[in-house]
Design a protein around this ligand. Structure first.
Ligand code: GEK
Length: 272
């Protein structure tokens, strides 16, 4: 089956997204277009990861998060470097399993390794299981429908929080990262991707406008952009890049860096 092509605006290259091609190659239906906020809604409710969103999620995240495909693609490279045999990898807030698939792709030779993929959304987990079953890797994946605040992390050589921490209340974030840190082995890596906010209002305003332009280019109307923004505002609290780095250092990570950024969408690397 022909792989879907994603335009990567970070590098201005056209590349085959590992996410898109993984899912599309193994799971037959082509990706369904996100029209969740297309029509005017009489009453706008908070954004939820329900069946409505889940059925179009692959399209939604690729058309809403500039640089998403690049980040997911690079997870394979981080996994090849950091994952050790007989350890565990965690995909926290796994959605449809894009990050799980990316890690799984490059660790076939790390014998005894398994991936634990966690999400609160039963609809996400159900679909993610289908994608994993259609994937050819032999690395075991255990799905847990659970809150990432309630799980224990053990013997981890790699942990991924790809655009998930941003959905936790700010006051819960440090405790979650402490729990992650304590379950990681020495030398293990955490990849944390987040939409950030800028303390400088001129930068905040400019990059918000550039992001909205990106969404228009992806085919979203102004109504879709504003309804989605209003729906997600209450449940996704953004913090600055400095706040993320300082928190990672505060819980004990020895090496930290922001390795990727496209407008307000960033990814951090933290090594224990
Ligand atoms: C990807 N990582 O494609 N516990 C568990 N799951 C949660 C929680 C929680 N407390 N809060 C939210 N979620 C993925 C993309 S999406 C990002 C992650 C986005 C889950 C939620 O159900 C959803 O599936 C995911 O976190 C966030 O690489 O939609 O912007």
């Amino acid at each position: 089956m022909e792989a879907l092509i994603v335009k990567d605006y970070t590098t201005s290259l056209t590349l085959t997204s590992p996410y898109t091609s993984n899912l599309s190659d193994h799971f037959m239906p082509p990706r369904k277009r996100d029209t969740v906020y297309q029509d005017p809604l009489a009453k706008l409710t908070d954004f939820e990861f329900d069946e409505n969103v889940v059925s179009v999620f692959e399209d939604m995240i690729n058309r809403s998060v500039p640089g998403y495909a690049t980040i997911v693609h690079n997870l394979s490279h981080f996994a090849a470097r950091f994952v050790e045999p007989n350890t565990q990898c965690y995909d926290l807030g796994c959605s449809l399993g894009a990050s799980t698939l990316a890690m799984r792709k490059s660790i076939e030779d790390k014998k005894g390794t398994r991936i634990i993929s966690v999400d609160t959304s039963a609809d996400m987990i159900k679909r993610a299981k289908g994608y994993i079953e259609s994937d050819s890797s032999s690395i075991p994946v255990e799905f847990k429908q659970a809150d990432i605040r309630d799980i224990s992390i053990e013997n981890a050589s790699m942990v991924v929080l790809n655009f998930t921490l941003q959905f936790l209340p700010i006051e819960d974030r440090e405790k979650l990262l402490q729990n992650v840190f304590s379950g990681m082995n020495k030398g293990a890596c955490l990849i944390l991707s987040e939409k950030i906010r800028f303390n400088d209002e001129a930068i905040q305003e400019t990059l918000t406008a550039v992001h909205h332009q990106f969404k228009r280019e992806q085919g979203y109307s102004d109504l879709e952009i504003s309804q989605k923004r209003d729906a997600i505002e209450n449940i996704m609290k953004q913090e600055s890049s400095d706040t993320h780095i300082q928190r990672l250092q505060g819980v004990g990570f020895e090496h930290t860096a922001q390795w990727h950024q496209n407008t307000a969408f960033c990814s951090f690397l933290a090594i224990k």
